[in-house]
Design a protein around this ligand. Sequence first.
Ligand code: NAG
Ligand code: NAG
Length: 148
Amino acid sequence: MAPALSDILRLTSSLLVLLLLMFCMGAINLEAQVRRLAPDEVGALLEVATQLGKKGWNRNMELCNDTKLPPKPDADNKVVCNCSFPGEACHVVAIYLKRQDLDGTLPKAIEKLPHLKQLDLWANYLSGKIPPEWANTKLEYLSIGVNN
Ligand SMILES: *[C@@H]1O[C@H](CO)[C@@H](O)[C@H](O)[C@H]1NC(C)=O
Ligand SMILES: *[C@@H]1O[C@H](CO)[C@@H](O)[C@H](O)[C@H]1NC(C)=O
């Protein structure tokens, strides 16, 4: 007996759903891989946080908030990463921590973020001199006004 048309349709549609599901899972996986921050920059970012007195970041969280530069001018409490380096991990390109009540020091560890271009620490309680290590960075934009 030939299979009924409705059976064939049902089989085809469940195959399609399965394919769609596999595609979605693959895509999600791919995105997770593409967006992963380079491991040594995770360490560097946590070191920066310690020096700044910034609480709440840890190794197990997704530290990149955004992948677009520049974000809104009032960007705050944001780490921007660039994930467009072909075949590579994401790299930190900007840190915005305005008005975060940070009471640490100007973080010398940013020299360990080789792709960092923008650093905004406006209006905190940070102290210390500009670390000589900052001369080794690729910083193009720096805002450290209204601090101690
Ligand atoms: C950015 O990510 C950090 C860590 O996940 C989080 O604490 C913070 O609230 C995020 N900021 C924004 C503006 O999404
Ligand atoms: C991200 O990196 C790519 C490759 O180096 C570069 O072409 C692009 O302009 C960068 N984008 C941002 C937002 O920095």
